[in-house]
Design a protein around this ligand. Structure first.
Ligand code: PBG
Length: 332
């Protein structure tokens, strides 16, 4: 397409009035585009604010059920659950991950009791909330995260979550071959309709710090996750990761973090045409809040501009800690 020359073409014409801007808007964001990550803690009636994530708290299971109801009222279709496992339940092998009565399973059941099938429940598969070393998998004597041994444990974790009632299993561990192994296990264990949203392109990012505080693994982690999470310099490799996860049976794929990887989202959508989700991670949320508090700009403006960017880049939806705030703004 070639535009006619000025003055036949004046792109400002369609921007002159609010009605016209509304009419020419290319992408829309609605509360149905949002997935709300929530942190689960022990006890009952407990709310623990997460210091590095202002405005975000861990909730005990009863509070999680209330947040899920709030999500339904706001038109948010799905929540993502992450447990803060007490130190005495963490271990080298992360066995608490497949305890059918762990925090995650209890939260899943409480949400189901409170909301029935009015809400989707997405659950994270990786061992870091359960290990005493904070890595996402099983480690050898040198601290290397073992691939195949980890995959077989992740399968147990995924089936445990599906048995409790999870709707979407989201492996965030970046082990090779785990999507296929989890898909096969779900099929064999009577969960053919449980979806897999693969954290397909997950980078070894500096933006995960507040999340690790929220699940209590930050202080435990020695070293980094670079032997399994991706190098931020790589885009082609992300497309290979995404292609593999689709071939292994992922229903949708995720790119994580979000804003620094819009090119990967765009390329994935163009290349594969599958549902692509972005995870606007904890550090991204915290930066917006810190920026707003420091007077960089209007909080609502800052957060909504970033969310619409994900839609423009091709996302089907966004995991964001701003989900309830954004939904309230969108619903007026
Ligand atoms: C763990 C996991 C992480 C996040 C989601 N799942 C952290 C990590 O890989 O260390 C990060 C989310 C966020 O920062 O908001 N497998």
């Amino acid at each position: 397409m070639t535009d006619a020359a000025y003055p036949a073409t004046r792109l400002r014409r369609t921007r002159a009035h609010a009605w016209s801007r509304a009419m020419h808007r290319e992408t829309v964001l609605t509360s149905a585009d949002l997935i709300w990550p929530l942190f689960v803690t022990s006890g009952s009636g407990v709310e623990e604010p997460v210091a590095s994530l202002p405005g975000v708290s861990r909730w005990s299971v009863d509070g999680i059920a209330r947040r899920a109801k709030e999500a339904v009222e706001l038109g948010i279709p799905c929540i993502a659950l992450f447990p803060h496992t007490p130190a005495d339940k963490r271990s080298q092998g992360g066995d608490e991950a497949f305890n059918p009565d762990n925090l995650m399973c209890r939260a899943i059941k409480a949400v189901r009791d409170a909301c029935g099938t009015d809400i989707g429940i997405l659950t994270d598969v990786a061992l870091d909330p359960y290990t005493s070393h904070g890595q996402d998998g099983l480690v050898d004597a040198q601290g290397y995260v073992l691939n195949d041994e980890t995959v077989s444990v992740l399968v147990d974790q995924a089936v445990n979550q599906a048995n409790a009632g999870a709707d979407i299993i989201a492996p965030s561990d970046m082990m090779d071959g785990r999507v296929k192994a989890i898909r096969m296990a779900l099929e064999m264990d009577g969960h053919p309709n449980v979806q897999i949203m693969a954290y397909a392109a997950k980078y070894a990012s500096a933006f995960y710090g507040p999340f690790r505080d929220a699940v209590g693994s930050g202080g435990l982690l020695k070293g980094d996750k670079k032997s399994y999470q991706m190098d931020p310099a790589n885009g082609d490799e992300a497309l290979r990761e995404i292609a593999l996860d689709i071939a292994e049976g992922a229903d949708s794929v995720m790119v994580k973090p979000g804003l620094a990887y819009l090119d990967v989202i765009w390329r994935a959508k163009e290349r594969f045409g599958v549902p692509v989700f972005a995870y606007q991670v904890s550090g991204e949320y915290a930066l917006i809040e810190a920026g707003a508090a420091a007077g960089v700009g209007d909080r609502e403006g800052l957060l909504m501009e970033k969310l619409i960017a994900f839609k423009r880049a091709g996302c089907s939806g966004i995991l964001t800690y701003h989900a309830p705030v954004a939904a309230r703004l969108l619903n007026g």
